[in-house]
Design a protein around this ligand. Structure first.
Ligand SMILES: NC(=O)c1ccc[n+]([C@@H]2O[C@H](COP(=O)([O-])OP(=O)(O)OC[C@H]3O[C@@H](n4cnc5c(N)ncnc54)[C@H](OP(=O)(O)O)[C@@H]3O)[C@@H](O)[C@H]2O)c1
Length: 286
């Protein structure tokens, strides 16, 4: 929880973050406060989660100094104009009640309803990026980045923007790890964050993983989170259960090279259950 990566602009970011997707605004304040009490120092939210207000309140009421907590939010995927992006950044700051946000990401290169379609919204992403760059220069954001960007989307910003993204947050968990995209992103000096590190819960009863987790005397969730860290990624496990908050942060074990190889080749998950219909996958997961 206290180890950090250093982003390309020199600021540090804790190697484990708490995901807050699907935690209601009125519940999330207590979850954030509990997590910070347990030692978490990094929280991930988004405009789309509709809980920025509760997350901000949790950070403010935690009793932990503001500069010791790393807070990330994301610009809604549908916002693809400079003016709308500029207003939305200020709205996040106001909702969270914070003077600055540590990291703000473009949530997706494509609006969710267009996810997986041909149009990559290059112009719209450059407009949104310009607003993020401006807020970064004004000190409202300490770092800026993207999420769900593939190589061509990254190239668009790298070639046409004036500041390189510092982070790309992508789906990355055992059984579904985008190795080529990770290599490409890291080769550009961009940190890769792993969302849904526990596959939204869908790998918890995988027999192969249960057997391996037992050998390390950890839970499948811990194995999943550690796997991402050992790939140099920053995992963002979500939980609102206190016991899970505690154990998910115990990562002082090392998965052997041999077991990492096995984990890299676990068969791709075919069914995320209820997550399949969530906007984040656009209901279009192949
Ligand atoms: N950028 C994007 O487009 C994007 C998309 C999806 C997610 N994200 C981010 O990534 C975060 C995590 O992803 P996610 O919420 O999809 O899924 P996840 O973290 O892979 O899995 C969460 C599920 O696992 C359960 N869980 C957590 N720890 C557990 C444990 N130790 N034992 C058993 N069950 C456990 C949780 O239930 P309990 O709450 O009951 O523990 C929840 O049902 C999100 O919250 C969000 O911040 C970003």
């Amino acid at each position: 929880m206290h180890e950090t990566y250093t982003l390309s602009n020199g600021i540090t970011i804790p190697k484990l973050g708490l995901g807050t997707w699907m935690i209601d605004n009125d519940q999330v304040t207590e979850v954030v406060k509990q997590a910070l009490k347990l030692g978490y120092r990094h929280v991930d939210t988004a405009q789309a989660y509709q809980n920025e207000e509760g997350v901000g309140r949790g950070v403010r009421e935690s009793g932990i100094a503001r500069d010791e907590v790393f807070v990330t939010t994301k610009l809604a995927a549908e916002i693809k104009s400079y003016e709308e992006a500029k207003a939305a950044i200020d709205e996040s700051l106001q909702k969270m009640g914070l003077d600055y946000i540590d990291l703000m990401l473009i949530h997706s290169p494509q609006p969710w309803m267009e996810f997986g379609e041909e149009d990559r919204f290059y112009e719209g992403n450059l407009e949104a990026w310009k607003a993020l760059e401006e807020a970064y220069r004004d000190g409202k954001l300490r770092a800026i980045g993207v999420s769900n960007f593939i190589e061509t989307d990254l190239d668009n910003l790298l070639e046409n923007g004036s500041i390189s993204p510092m982070v790309n947050q992508v789906l990355a968990h055992i059984s579904n790890t985008p190795f080529d995209l990770i290599d490409y992103t890291q080769s550009k000096g961009i940190l890769v964050e792993a969302y849904s590190p526990i596959a939204h819960g869908a790998v918890l009863d995988n027999e192969q993983l249960v057997e391996m987790a037992n050998r390390y005397d950890v839970s499948v969730a811990q194995l999943c989170i550690r796997y991402d860290q050992q790939l140099g990624l920053l995992p963002l496990p979500k939980t609102k259960t206190v016991e899970h908050l505690k154990t998910n942060a115990i990562l002082d074990f090392t998965i052997s090279d041999e077991d990492m190889e096995t984990l890299k080749h676990v068969e791709k998950i075919k069914d995320y259950g209820e997550a399949r219909v969530m906007p984040v996958f656009g209901g279009k997961l192949k």
